[in-house]
Write a protein that binds this ligand. Structure first.
Ligand SMILES: [Zn+2]
Length: 261
């Protein structure tokens, strides 16, 4: 399968970060293409097949690929040797309602599944701590990245050294929202002028989710030039990446992962 490489502003040796692309698609089928997410209504065998293909391509075991069951929460789970040694049921419990993962384990691929929400990979090369997060508007308004950076720092990272890169997500022009979403950001003390604009024709608000997450990272002390913005819009490029706005929520997801080789 064809992977989109995500680049940090300065390369981190031994770290691989990527997003899946859909590949060959049948335009009428919202699951068509590579989908690793097993809780969005896709056929379980197709999902397993995609996971096996990706694991083989990355050269890791299937059980070394860890992804949470996301619920637009701000919860972060640490994937450590205790997690790896626990049984499947314990692992599933630890990953339930989690939207970000942090690890120091080499060879363990951590990833999130998205369709328009922002996937973010982070790394501190010196501390050898990596992380991945899923931020839709709820996770962004709840500042999930603040929790992620805090957990990375508990694991030895320092904001000065953390680099971040964002994967394919919805662009501001595509992301029209209701006023209740704008209100949620206002209530959470965001500087709305920095990432909300109104379409003069419709009067509707449009949010730049990537810019909002970038501002959260900068508030955490991460240097602005260490943050790589998304290179693709999932909705504009829905034949390459899954888009819930374009295909409906009953659709596949783009998997964004990171690991130490
Ligand atoms: Zn777009």
């Amino acid at each position: 399968m064809e992977l989109l490489t995500l680049y940090f502003s300065s390369p981190v040796e031994g770290v691989v970060a990527f997003s899946t692309t859909r590949g060959e698609v049948d335009g009428r089928n919202p699951y068509s293409g590579v989908n690793l997410c097993d809780y969005v209504g896709d056929d379980a065998l197709r999902v397993l097949d995609a996971r096996i293909s990706l694991a083989m391509q990355l050269g890791v075991n299937l059980d070394s690929m860890v992804m949470p069951r996301q619920t637009h929460s701000c919860r972060v789970a640490v994937i450590d040797s205790q997690f790896i040694d626990s049984d499947i049921q314990q692992q599933e419990e630890a990953l339930e309602g989690v939207d970000a993962l942090v690890t120091k384990l080499p060879g363990t691929v951590i990833g999130v599944n998205t369709a328009d929400c922002v996937p973010i990979v982070l790394a501190d090369a010196q501390a050898q701590v990596i992380a991945v997060a899923h931020a839709g508007w709820r996770g962004t308004a709840g500042r999930i990245l603040k929790q992620v950076v805090a957990e990375m720092c508990r694991q030895g990272a320092h904001p000065d050294r953390i680099q971040a890169a964002m994967g394919p997500c919805i662009c501001q022009d595509c992301f029209e929202v209701g006023d209740e979403v704008v209100e949620a950001f206002k209530q959470a003390d965001f500087d709305l002028d920095a990432f909300v604009k109104r379409d003069p024709a419709t009067g509707k608000a449009h949010i730049d989710l990537a810019a909002a997450n970038r501002s959260i990272l900068i508030d955490c002390g991460i240097p602005a030039d260490s943050i790589t913005p998304p290179q693709h819009c999932s909705r504009c490029e829905h034949e390459q990446f899954f888009s819930a706005r374009r295909l409906g929520t009953d659709s596949g997801r783009t998997f964004t992962g990171i690991f130490w080789k």
